[in-house]
Design a protein around this ligand. Structure first.
Ligand code: ADP
Ligand code: MG
Length: 603
């Protein structure tokens, strides 16, 4: 045994690194390219409560990055501390890591950036008369002076990686680096609609958002009017999870995922589970290899997500991944259902989002016109305070009771059937205006929901046939059908195997009424056989229900009586929407009264 006193007489090879070396190593993780600098600095500005953030870059950020904000600024003493490693105002101890409500928390961005650039900080707190200017080169403070300055902070980063040639070599073209920066700034603009962002490249404005607080203005700035007006709103709550945001309808897709972003408590993140949930929500709706446009915001209690798992904080870890997956899936499906199938009768009208005219931003300190829906931070704080107060939120009911959304009820309010045209479309009026309804799709929608509900509510009212009907099938179809007889029986089709390649029908769902049961079932069986051939995939119950709804629905070309049409629209108005519409086609086109007035120049 050696006593501690004698230990230093031994030779050593290990020594502690000097601070500026440590910072440069850390920079290797945090600062990958100019966009990472922009990310860290903008995060700091947001954390400082800035309402206006100017991002100026030159040569794709390789020559210069300057971020100017009107946030709370720093005192001269804090300014000196801020460039030290592990110096932060955002957490105090490890415990606080469980409840992070700021974007930064590690206190390593500024020293890391300063280690690999010519770094200048100019800052002033509004409540102090004196500001501070610091110049750092090679990680050493070369100038520090108290001075006059505007309230807020300006950080200038020149010649990034000038002292780390290996890194410098890996930078891409000006265009590529700039595109990373632009993508980043636009995403910040989506997440922080109350902040006005402006991005200049070599003095030219590349992007600007109003900071009006209205998320729709941010959408407009980011996606442009054509895409923005097509987007559908997500708004979904389940337990402590709230999901808001925007998704494109199935017909509006992109060949890559570049236009998808996910935010957790307003932090831009990547997460396998989030992308998968989005993909799954669109499965069967979009062609292979096409991706919807999406900006999805999750609000979760800070303790249920670990944000400290990635060097650039680009990934997070959820404590309940499964719940997150299901919530995102349901949120997106619900958004598509509620609004996705209801396009306007005329281009550019009554689409998913009502894009307002941009408003002039008040010059100074104006009231936000509208509270942003993505993450009011108080809610997160509230959850956190509850937790600290020992109030166990996990005991709250898992799902809030939500009013049942009936997507067509409002549109059909006070409807009256006016007639049918082309034996395909029902024309009706309602309080909203003139309605044109595709009779097949509407009926399909009604049946789909009815069948989905019926499957769970046994027994289904069945009409027994006086003479059972026998259907002959080929061997393959008989086998395929054999696997789904139970499912069909649940829907009210009393089918049984009959010999090796036939089935017998002893009863059909009562709601089919007087229609030609034999022809309908024949059609259904043909379709099932067809599906078996095309897909070479197991036929799922969901597909089976969708197919049945489609085959049992009235067709284009069927003449409908006034009473039948009224009944159909009544049923449509009563549909709820826990299930995705089978084929994603529009059901109702609306020509609103306002639009009529506008078109006839009455307005
Ligand atoms: P972190 O953001 O993780 O705290 P940083 O190195 O990015 O670490 O910043 C260190 C500290 O400097 C912050 O905690 C904050 O107090 C201060 N700071 C940095 N940027 C700004 C800014 N734009 N406005 C006001 N304070 C800032
Ligand atoms: Mg930071």
């Amino acid at each position: 045994m050696t006593s501690v006193e004698t230990i230093e007489t031994y030779p050593t090879r290990i020594h502690l690194l000097e601070e500026h070396t440590v910072n440069r190593i850390a920079a290797g993780e945090v600062v990958e390219r100019p966009a990472s600098v922009v990310k860290e600095l903008v995060e700091n500005s947001i954390d400082a409560g800035a309402r206006t953030i100017l991002v100026e870059v030159e040569q794709g950020g390789k020559r210069l990055i300057r971020i100017t904000d009107d946030g709370e600024g720093m005192s001269p003493a804090d300014a000196l501390l801020s460039i030290q490693r592990h110096a932060t105002s955002k957490i105090r101890d490890a415990e606080d890591l469980q409840s992070i409500v700021t974007l930064g928390f590690r206190g390593e961005a500024l020293p890391s950036i300063a280690a690999v650039s010519r770094f200048e900080l100019l800052t002033k707190r509004a409540d102090l008369d004196t500001g501070m200017r610091l110049l750092v080169e090679n990680g050493q403070v070369v100038e520090a002076e108290e001075c006059a300055a505007r309230n807020g902070t300006t950080v200038t980063v020149r010649d990034l990686f000038y002292n780390t040639p290996a890194r410098l070599k890996f930078l891409k073209s000006v265009a590529t680096e700039l595109s990373h920066i632009t993508e980043l700034v636009t995403r910040f603009a989506l997440a922080f609609p109350e902040v006005s962002f402006r991005l200049l490249h070599n003095g030219q404005e590349i992007f600007a958002s109003q900071g009006s607080s209205d998320p729709r203005h941010a959408l407009l700035a980011v996606f442009g009017r054509d895409v923005a007006r097509e987007l559908r709103t997500i708004d979904f709550t389940e337990g402590h999870l709230r999901i808001t945001g925007y998704v494109s309808p199935p017909h509006l897709t992109r060949p890559t995922r570049a236009m998808q972003s996910f935010f957790v408590n307003r932090r831009l993140v990547r997460h396998r589970v989030l992308s998968k949930a989005l993909d799954d929500a669109y499965r069967t709706l979009t062609p292979e290899g096409r991706h919807p446009i999406a900006a999805v915001f999750l609000e979760v209690p800070p303790y249920s997500v670990d944000v400290n798992v990635h060097p650039t904080k680009a990934e997070v870890k959820f404590s309940h991944e499964g719940e997150v997956y299901h919530a995102v899936l349901s949120a997106v499906r619900q958004a598509l259902l509620q609004q996705g199938m209801i396009p306007s009768a005329l281009p550019g009208l009554q689409s998913g989002l009502d894009i307002p005219q941009p408003v002039e931003r008040p010059a100074t300190g104006g009231q936000p016109v509208w509270q942003p829906s993505p993450l009011p931070p108080q809610e997160v704080l509230h959850a956190e305070l509850m937790r600290r107060a020992g109030i166990d939120l996990t005991q709250a009911p898992a799902t809030e009771v939500q009013p049942v959304a009936r997507p067509y009820a409002e549109m059909l309010e006070g409807f009256q059937v006016l007639g049918q045209i082309h034996r395909t479309y029902i024309i009706a009026s309602s309080l909203r205006g003139l309605l044109i309804i595709d009779q097949h799709v509407a009926h399909e929608r009604v049946l789909y929901e009815k069948l989905t509900v019926l499957r769970q509510k046994q027994p289904v009212p069945v009409q027994h046939l006086l003479t059972p009907l026998v259907f002959h099938l080929d061997r393959r179809t008989a086998t395929l059908l054999g696997e789904h007889l139970q499912e069909l029986q649940n829907m009210g089709f009393l089918l049984e195997p009959f010999g090796s390649d036939s089935v017998v029908l002893r009863g059909a769902p009562a709601w089919l009424g007087q229609r030609n049961v034999e022809a309908l079932v024949r059609d259904l069986l043909d379709e099932i056989s067809e599906l078996g051939v095309q897909r070479r995939l197991p036929l799922t119950d969901e597909t089976l229900v969708a197919t049945t709804a489609c085959k049992m629905a009235v067709k284009a070309g069927d003449v409908l009586s006034h009473a039948e049409m009224t009944h159909l629209l009544q049923e449509l108005a009563d549909t709820e929407n826990p299930y995705l519409c089978p084929h994603g086609r529009p059901v109702v086109l609306v020509l609103s009264i306002e639009e009529l007035e506008r078109r006839f120049k009455r307005g």
